[in-house]
Design a protein around this ligand. Structure first.
Ligand code: FCB
Length: 445
C-alpha cells in the first residue's frame, strides 16, 4: 500500500552555515562565536573546527547538482550573519551577501524552493563582545540584520525562519556551557531566552512592514514521558516539558511563560514586563518549524540540576550513534500536541534525521540501512499525523551532507550524502536513493 502525501508537500533537506560552508573568514566575513569556540582548546571533540567543513562555500554548485539528483523540491540553509555584516551591524559586505544570492538563484533555476534560516547559532563575535544575546539591544541588532536580507532576497525566498532552536542557544549555550559561547549561568539563561523571543518578534514586525511571503520559528521538540508512573516521575516529566517544549511556544502563542520555569530557576527567574510579553505574543508567527529527533524519558532525581530530574534510556531502546532513542511515535505525538495546544497552524518538519555508524563507501555505495529505516518510520509517523488533521506542509531531512556536528566534531554523520573528509568527494548513500524514490512518488510504500 502506498501512503500518499498531500499535493505540493515540500520535500527538502536541511543544513546550516557553520556546519557545512568552511572558509568562515573568506571574502571579508567577520568571525562568529562558533569560530572562536572551535578555536578554543578543549571545547570540541578531537579539536576539530568548521574551517573546512564540507567546503560548501566553494562547492555549492556541486551540492546543488546533488540536490537535483535527489529530486528535492526545497532546501533549508542558514545565512552566516558575519558574512553579510562583518561587524554584526552597519556595513554590508556585498561579497558575503552575493554568495547567498547566487545560491538562491541557482536553487530557483532548478525549482528548489529555498527556506532561509537567519540565525543558526553563529553570532558575530563583534556583537558577542558587546554582550551578545544578554544585551537588551540584541533584538534590534537582529531585526536590522534580518532587514538586510529581506530587502535583498524576499522577492525570491518564499519562507524565512528567524531563529533555529532558541532553546539550544539558551541551554547548551548559557546554562550547560557545552556549546558556544560556553557560559554556565542560571541568571543569564532566562535573559538570553527572553531576548531571543524578542528578536524573533522584532524581525516579524519588520517583516510585516516589508515582506510579502512567510516567516516562522524553528524549535526543537520532544515529548516527555515519565520513566514510570510514580507521582515524582510524572511531575518531573511535566517540568521537563515546560523547560524544553513550552519555554518558547507558550509566550509566542499564549503570551506567558510556563509557570514551572519560575520554580526551576527560583531566584534566577526575573520578573518580565507585560509589554515585552505582549509584543512577543502579538508578533506571532506564520508557521512553526519542528525539529524532531527523539523523546525524553524522565526520571525524578532530587537535587539533580536544574530540573530535579534526569533523562534516562530504556534498556531495550534502539539508539542512534548520538545515543538518542529512536522513537517515531513521538513525532506523531509532537505534531498532534502542537496542533491541540496552539491551534491548527501550518507546520514544517524543519529537521529530522539520525547519526549512524555508516559503513565506508564501497564501489560508490554506502549501505546506511539504519538511516533508511529511520527516514521511513518517521515519514510514516508524520503521515499518520497528517491523516489526523495536522497541517504539515513539508519535510526537511537533517542533513543533506555529513557535516560538522558542533561540539562532537565530524565523527557524528547525519548526511544523506557521504562526504569524504580528505577528498571532499560526495557519494549518495542508500538513504538518499530511498528518499529520492519517496519524493518521486510523493508517497511511501
Ligand atoms: C539540531 C541542530 C542541527 C544539528 C542537529 C543534529 O539541534 O539544529 O544543527 O546539529 O541537531
Amino acid at each position: 500500500m502506498t501512503r500518499p502525501f498531500p499535493q505540493g508537500f515540500l520535500w527538502g533537506a536541511a543544513t546550516s552555515a557553520y556546519q557545512i560552508e568552511g572558509q568562515p573568514l573568506a571574502d571579508g566575513a567577520g568571525p562568529s562565536i562558533w569560530h572562536r569556540f572551535t578555536h578554543t582548546p578543549g571545547r570540541i571533540a578531537n579539536g576539530e573546527t568548521g574551517d573546512l567543513a564540507c567546503d560548501h562555500y566553494r562547492r555549492w554548485e556541486e551540492d546543488i547538482a546533488v540536490m537535483v539528483e535527489l529530486g528535492l523540491t526545497a532546501y533549508r540553509f542558514s545565512v552566516a550573519w558575519g558574512r553579510v555584516l562583518p561587524e554584526g551591524r552597519g556595513r554590508v559586505n556585498q561579497k558575503g551577501l552575493d554568495f547567498y544570492q547566487r545560491l538562491v538563484d541557482r536553487l530557483l533555476k532548478h525549482d528548489i524552493q529555498p527556506m532561509v534560516t537567519l540565525y543558526h547559532w553563529d553570532l558575530p563575535t563583534a556583537l558577542h563582545d558587546r554582550g551578545g544575546w544578554l544585551n537588551p539591544d540584541s533584538p534590534a541588532w537582529f531585526a536590522e540584520y534580518a532587514q538586510v536580507l529581506f530587502r535583498a532576497m524576499d522577492d525570491r525566498v518564499p519562507r524565512w525562519i528567524t531563529l533555529n532552536e532558541p532553546w539550544v542557544v539558551t541551554v547548551p549555550g548559557y546554562l550547560d556551557g557545552e556549546m558556544a559561547p560556553g557560559h554556565r549561568d542560571p541568571f543569564e539563561a532566562p535573559r538570553v531566552a527572553h531576548h531571543l523571543l524578542l528578536a524573533h518578534a522584532e524581525a516579524v514586525v519588520a517583516y510585516r512592514a516589508m515582506g510579502r511571503q512567510q516567516i516562522g520559528l524553528a524549535v526543537n521538540l520532544e515529548p516527555q514521558h515519565p520513566a514510570s508512573d510514580t507521582p515524582e516521575n510524572q511531575a518531573a516529566a511535566v517540568r521537563r516539558d515546560a523547560f524544553i517544549n513550552r519555554w518558547f511556544l507558550d509566550p509566542l502563542f499564549l503570551g506567558r511563560y510556563p509557570a514551572e520555569l519560575a520554580c526551576i530557576f527560583a531566584d534566577a527567574w526575573p520578573t518580565w514586563s507585560d509589554s515585552d510579553l505582549a509584543r512577543i505574543h502579538t508578533a506571532g508567527t506564520d508557521f512553526i518549524g519542528v525539529n524532531y529527533y527523539s523523546r525524553g524519558l524522565v526520571q525524578s532525581v532530587p537535587g539533580a540540576w536544574p530540573l530535579g530530574a534526569i533523562r534516562v534510556t530504556p534498556t531495550d531502546a534502539r539508539c542512534t550513534s548520538m545515543g538518542w532513542e529512536i522513537y517515531p511515535a513521538g513525532l506523531t505525538e509532537t505534531l498532534l500536541w502542537l496542533t491541540d495546544r496552539y491551534g491548527n497552524l501550518p507546520l514544517y518538519l524543519t529537521e529530522n534525521g539520525a547519526a549512524c555508524d555508516d559503513p565506508p563507501p564501497l564501489d560508490g555505495q554506502v549501505s546506511d540501512l539504519d538511516r533508511v529505516d529511520y527516514l521511513r518510520t518517521h515519514l510514516l509517523a508524520a503521515h499518520t499525523a497528517i491523516e489526523q488533521g495536522v497541517n504539515l506542509r513539508g519535510y526537511f531531512f537533517w542533513s543533506l551532507l555529513d557535516n560538522f556536528e558542533w561540539a562532537q566534531g565530524y565523527a557524528k554523520r547525519f548526511g544523506l550524502i557521504h562526504v569524504d573528509p580528505l577528498t571532499q568527494a560526495r557519494t549518495l548513500k542508500a538513504s538518499a536513493r530511498c528518499y529520492r524514490e519517496i519524493i518521486r512518488t510523493n508517497g511511501i510504500v
